[in-house]
Design a protein around this ligand. Structure first.
Ligand code: FAD
Length: 265
């Protein structure tokens, strides 16, 4: 069984600050990490490797700058078998459609996959579009917002979360899964005895010269959307927590406050 896990290197946005003057992310000293839900996808893949009796090969793929190689090596240390870096200036400016097209062509050039994992959404772009678009390009079924996946009696059983509850879906390969953040434990960093392999393994380089793709469909040329403006959310005033003692005292305080503001007379 062949499994592909798509990972993206992202800034650690929850710990980032916005420059109040420029409204841009302050990138100095900002850590880059593997997008958290992509690690959940990798963990799902590693669990499947333990559940399925046949041989399972896990490949990881990222489209990004050369520095993303570190995250690919970390994925190998966590248990993945092969790593692919799709890179090149031609991909710069890609929107989600161009990104998922490029990833799909990269995946096709690597081989046939039974399951493709992506995260549900990233910490930076945060669109949640790449997984479903990738499934369309690969012409594979898709199951999104997955919190659990198990191999049971020759097929897969998947829990997908929706606002109304949890839906259990039974399905056969091939399919694309978008893994929900915090859905599963992350892979242990690092699996025993894999550090040396992670340091020495060949990272397969994919680029416009060695995969089959239409140059009109990648980068800015291949993008159907563009970013018009980026701005930081306006900060609203925080509310006041009233805790003057008993319920009566709190109510009296609120009534006085409303009178002062001429809401009550
Ligand atoms: C108009 C426009 C222009 C842009 N220009 C640039 C630019 O110049 N430079 C730039 O860096 N970004 C650019 N971006 C952002 C870029 O399009 C997104 O980073 C990319 O498409 C992924 O979108 P997302 O982060 O919303 O992913 P989501 O759809 O939220 O991601 C879902 C999952 O898809 C997978 N995935 C997403 N991206 C990758 C990837 N690159 N490799 C492997 N797996 C992946 C991951 O598993 C991820 O968890 C641009 C976006 C737009 C809309």
């Amino acid at each position: 069984m062949n499994i592909l896990v798509c990972i993206k290197t992202v800034p650690d946005v929850p710990h980032a600050e916005i420059d109040p003057e420029t409204n841009n992310l302050i990138r100095d000293g900002l850590k880059m990490v593997i997008n958290p839900s992509d690690l959940c996808g990798l963990k799902f893949a590693l669990n499947i490797k333990e559940q399925v009796e046949e041989d399972v090969k896990i490949s990881v793929l990222t489209m990004g700058p050369p520095s993303a190689e570190k995250d690919l090596r970390d994925s190998i240390a966590m248990g993945a078998d092969e790593a692919y870096l799709l890179e090149g200036l031609e991909f710069v400016g890609s929107d989600t459609l161009a990104t998922s097209y490029a990833l799909s062509q990269a995946a096709k050039s690597i081989g046939d996959f039974d399951i493709v994992f992506t995260g549900d959404q990233t910490l930076d772009g945060d669109t949640g579009q790449v997984g479903p678009q990738l499934a369309e390009f690969l012409e594979m079924n898709q199951v999104t917002y997955v919190s659990k996946i198990d191999y049971v009696d020759g097929h897969f059983e998947v829990n997908r979360e929706s606002r109304g509850g949890t839906e259990t879906v039974k399905l056969n390969t091939p399919f694309v899964v978008t893994a929900l953040k915090d859905s599963t434990g992350k892979p242990s960093k690092f699996a025993l005895g894999r550090n040396e392999l992670a340091d020495t393994i060949e990272i397969h380089d994919l680029n416009v010269n060695n995969i089959d793709l239409d140059p009109e469909k990648i980068g800015q040329k291949g993008s159907r959307t563009w970013v018009k403006e980026v701005y930081a959310q306006e900060k609203s005033e925080t509310g006041q927590i009233i805790d003057k003692g008993s319920l009566e005292e709190n109510v009296d305080f609120v009534v006085e406050l409303l009178k002062k503001e001429h809401v009550l007379v």
